[in-house]
Design a protein around this ligand. Structure first.
Ligand code: SF4
Length: 193
């Protein structure tokens, strides 16, 4: 069963052009300095929203909501994610995923059930450790980005304007990389708390 740390029943900004609910999955293996969802980072923390409650809400919102987005934390950390996405899609909703790409194989398992993915690129892949503070995170993200690009599923790459990244010319390198893939990098302002 998916461990859920929060639920937003209605948003216009988390799935491009659609009215969506957002499920915030508990747990993330990375430790970005600018993370604004720190309460979602501990893996073993018990969630606050039972899956049954999510299903009940979605049944009530049929015809009012277009999409459901799985966000986090890092949703692909949880083994039950592919089944949860498939269940939501079988209820008639579009399905979206926010991911940093920490678990390429799980992302691959989810893709057949997804209509859209927003993938956060933290930095050029060789600089990932500086942002995530986890060794090897760049290699995982690189593999996930490749899987996503080859999947045929609609997607958007985006990055947070971290000062470390900006100072080192990392944003320009990222933009060039994504342009080379034929895409556009969406820049997101750092949230100051
Ligand atoms: S990957 Fe996202 S959820 Fe995880 S620490 Fe970084 S910003 Fe926070």
């Amino acid at each position: 069963m998916l461990n859920i740390g929060g639920l937003t029943p209605f948003t216009t900004i988390d799935y491009p052009g659609k009215l969506a609910a957002v499920i915030f999955c508990q747990g993330c293996p990375w430790r970005c300095g600018y993370c604004h969802n720190r309460h979602l980072l501990p893996v073993k923390q018990e969630g606050t929203v039972p899956w049954d409650e999510v299903v009940r809400l979605l049944e009530q919102r049929r015809g009012l909501l277009d999409a459901v987005v799985f966000s986090g934390g890092e949703p692909t950390m949880q083994a039950s994610l592919p089944d949860a996405i498939a269940e939501v899609r079988s209820m008639g909703f579009l399905t979206g995923l926010h991911t940093g790409g920490a678990y390429p194989e799980r992302l691959e398992a989810c893709l057949p059930h997804l209509d859209w993915v927003g993938m956060d690129l933290k930095a050029p892949f060789d600089l990932y450790d500086q942002i995530t503070h986890v060794s090897g995170s760049g290699a995982a993200a690189e593999q996930s980005a490749l899987i996503l690009r080859q999947s045929g599923v609609a997607h958007q790459f985006r990055t947070t304007l971290d000062p470390t990244l900006q100072a080192g010319g990392g944003i320009e390198r990222l933009q060039q990389m994504v342009a080379g893939w034929g895409g556009n990098l969406l820049l997101q302002q750092l949230l100051v708390r």
